[in-house]
Design a protein. Structure first.
Length: 301
């Protein structure tokens, strides 16, 4: 617990630049899902995902503002700086995904057949969803670690990249379960093992940082993270070579999209998505490894 001296309420939680960004997040998130729920409407897995993103981010943002304003975060067994930095990065990624998906699947310029009122509500919701992304991105920008600054790990470039790496891995897993036919060869199964192992270890690193338990480990946390990142680069290099060969080489797969492949349920499409995001994550791990050589952080902020 913090000292009982001084004011009980932390006004900086709402009138500082970060506090103002969070208030905007709360307002924009509430407006967005209210527009969709009231008249805009949503359906199928895509619409449900968007509504989950907006309501989840709204709820956690309200929780963060409440805890900081009342100073109750000092009662939680969390590394608060790591938790807020990790959530801001995750919310940024989730909100930009929803801001792209919702208008892509639900917005149209014509009134028919949904009606002009519903169309207008969906357009308005899409605009506010885009603004919500900028509000979360602003918090990431404001709270990121400055060069030479001693700060919480999740506020560093390396820590923020861990969130992005896990998010990209989730996209890969989504494509894998969408009839990607990864079980045809042992080599592609190896790639799935690479994606799974790196995802699990990355989540564990984030979890230890957010809970502030890194000091309880019997090995140096920061050195182990760097070693793991180097290993992840090597593993992703192997996947970046193996996956395209066994999916797009004419000996094992198809270099071109089959003409009879149905839209939305085509294994070739899923394989292409996996290949693209494999290279994206490889690049993220390489950048992470480069930045991890020059950061300093403490785990209890």
């Amino acid at each position: 617990m913090e000292s009982t001296g001084g004011p009980y309420l932390n006004t900086a939680a709402v009138n500082s630049p970060v506090g103002i960004a969070r208030l905007l997040q709360m307002m924009l998130g509430c407006v967005t899902f209210s527009l969709v729920a009231h008249q805009g409407g949503f359906s199928a897995a895509y619409g449900t995902f968007c509504m989950f993103v907006w309501t989840f981010c709204f709820a956690v943002t309200v929780f963060i503002i409440t805890c900081e304003f009342t100073r109750l975060h000092s009662c939680l067994s969390l590394s608060w700086g790591n938790f807020t930095a990790a959530f801001a990065m995750l919310a940024t990624l989730m909100s930009i995904t929803a801001a792209v998906i919702y208008p892509l699947y639900f917005v149209q310029l014509e009134c028919y057949p949904i009606g002009c009122e519903v169309r207008d509500f969906r357009i308005a919701a899409s605009v506010f969803a885009g603004l919500l992304f900028f509000a979360y991105a602003a918090e990431v920008f404001l709270t990121r670690a400055k060069p030479g600054q001693v700060t919480s790990y999740m506020a560093t470039v390396s820590g923020l990249l861990k969130i992005v790496q896990a998010f990209v891995a989730c996209i890969i897993f989504g494509a894998l379960v969408n009839d990607s036919q990864y079980g045809k060869y042992v080599a592609t199964q190896w790639c799935v093992a690479v994606y799974s192992f790196c995802f699990v270890v990355t989540v564990v690193v984030v979890a230890f940082s957010v809970t502030g338990k890194t000091a309880l480990l019997w090995f140096p946390f920061e050195r182990s993270v760097v070693i793991y990142t180097f290993g992840a680069v090597l593993l992703y290099v192997s996947a970046a070579v193996i996956w395209p060969v066994f999916c797009f080489d004419s000996k094992y797969g198809s270099p071109r999209r089959p003409s009879l492949c149905s839209k939305g349920r085509c294994p070739w499409d899923s394989q292409l998505v996996i290949a693209i995001f494999t290279y994206v994550n490889l690049l993220l791990y390489v950048v992470d490894l480069a930045y991890s050589q020059r950061i300093r952080f403490i785990s209890h902020l």
